[in-house]
Design a protein around this ligand. Structure first.
Ligand code: SAM
Length: 162
């Protein structure tokens, strides 16, 4: 497959997963955490498909398109090893959806970040909350949920908090 087709497939799968995750929480109140602003693509999509949800965004730096940067009140700027615990404390039992997209090319670092996110998140999650992620994250108290049709296994991961 050409690299162009490969990128298109990856982004289509990501969009399908975000749409499915939004649908899975549609009957629940709660805020959204977007972990990994990057250039703001997925943040922009989440706010488009969930215009009534409050979305809080995490990144160590701002490198997003100017139109895809949240206001200061919705931005946790810094290393998630420091900012995520603060947010979890603030949003105890209020989070309906977490989208984590912080994968790097470094597998060991990815595993460390995934383990940290998984162990840190639970107090923030409401019953039924979805954790959608580009890396496999074991979140205590959650079970795996199937991906949308057509999304290859291990391309994305869904967990639902029980
Ligand atoms: N979701 C984004 C989008 O659609 O544009 C792409 C996110 S990009 C793949 C990953 C982002 O995670 C980068 O912007 C990087 O700075 C951020 N990141 C990685 N490790 C981090 C950490 N430990 N703390 C804070 N941000 C981190």
């Amino acid at each position: 497959m050409s690299r162009l087709n490969s990128v298109i497939r990856r982004l289509q799968a990501q969009r399908d997963c975000l749409n499915a995750a939004a649908e899975m929480i549609k009957d629940q109140d709660g805020i959204v955490l977007e972990v990994g602003l990057g250039n703001g693509r997925t943040f922009d999509h989440l706010r488009e498909i969930m215009p009534d949800r409050e979305i809080f965004v995490f990144d160590r730096q701002i490198a997003a398109h100017p139109k895809c940067i949240p206001d200061d009140d919705h931005l946790f700027l810094g290393d998630i090893f420091e900012t995520l615990p603060t947010a979890v404390e603030r949003f105890k039992g209020k989070v309906a959806l977490v989208h984590s997209d912080v994968g790097t090319g470094d597998e060991a670092l990815n595993a460390k970040i995934a383990a940290f996110i998984g162990s840190t998140l639970p107090p923030a999650l409401i019953k039924g909350a979805i954790v959608a992620s580009d890396q496999k994250i074991d979140v205590p108290g959650t079970i795996a949920e199937p991906l949308p049709e057509g999304v290859p296994k291990d391309r994305y991961f869904f967990r639902r908090y029980q």
